[in-house]
Design a protein around this ligand. Structure first.
Ligand code: ADP
Ligand code: ADP
Length: 227
């Protein structure tokens, strides 16, 4: 059963063109799925729909089999999201930020401390834990955002263009970390990007979005052959 299943999804912002039209694909547990498309393809719209920030004009979104239009908040609680805009406070340390978000999720202080150490360690950020976010470079900030998104132990992680503004080594490192989340924890990942060179061996499945439609879908080799 897919972690995320999208079917016949259509969205209009009111203009004469649909931002998304008949979009369908799946994100499987433990799989790294890449949503590839140029600016304007509809990636952010899809994220807003999948997180219930927008209601689709038509179509269905299921998380672990539950339609998010009718499901309780629990369906959304199994999702971790890294939006393009940062959510961490620049003047708090990494640990302070993460404690704040853990508290919002109702995680007790001691359990929060434990999880924060686990996530920072596996994202290679543990040594930075007491630095203010302002002092971190872009790659470290992104990883701190991912740690924040993992505190409530999601089974589905959505990342909207997480590598924007990062240099190539930082990008590779970020991708590797997120790939490890798939293979080690079985988390389903949907990684949106407009950069075709990010589609490297870690990607299990690629969905190519173009002008609001799925232009191709399949393993990297298949999509490369069609491109
Ligand atoms: P269909 O809807 O006909 O199954 P798809 O292109 O959705 O066509 O799927 C083709 C194959 O790829 C299926 O075996 C499916 O299980 C697999 N698949 C689809 N989406 C993903 C994904 N996000 N990750 C891994 N495998 C996938
Ligand atoms: P991407 O994230 O792939 O760059 P978007 O989802 O942001 O794509 O945009 C898809 C289409 O929807 C574009 O044509 C964009 O101009 C349009 N769009 C996005 N947000 C809005 C909005 N709030 N109001 C009207 N049109 C929008």
């Amino acid at each position: 059963i897919p972690a995320l299943e999208i079917e016949g999804l259509r969205h209009s912002y009111g203009g004469d063109r649909y931002a998304l039209e008949e979009v369908g694909f799946r994100v499987m547990p433990g799989a790294f799925t890449c949503l590839l498309g140029p600016n304007g393809a509809g990636k952010s719209t899809l994220f807003a729909l999948a997180t219930n920030l927008l209601r689709p004009t038509a179509g269905r979104i299921r998380i672990h089999g539950h339609d998010i239009a009718t499901a309780s908040g629990d369906a959304l609680a199994c999702m971790g999201v890294v939006f393009q805009q940062p959510t961490l406070d620049l003047d708090l340390t990494v640990t302070q930020n993460l404690h704040y978000f853990a508290a919002l999720h109702g995680i007790g202080r001691r359990e929060a401390q434990r999880r924060i150490e686990v996530e920072l360690t596996r994202l290679s950020l543990f040594e930075r834990r007491d630095e203010k976010v302002r002092a971190l470079n872009g790659g470290h900030r992104r990883r701190a955002e991912i740690a924040r998104a993992l505190l409530h132990r999601p089974t589905l992680l959505l990342l909207d263009e997480p590598t924007v503004g990062l240099d190539i080594p930082a990008r590779r490192k970020l991708i590797r970390h997120v790939h490890d989340l798939c293979t080690d924890d079985g988390i389903a990942v949907l990684w949106a990007t407009h950069l075709i060179d990010e589609i490297d061996p870690v990607t299990d499945h690629v969905v190519v979005l173009h002008r609001g439609r799925v232009r191709a879908s399949g393993p990297v080799s298949v999509v490369n052959a069609e491109a």
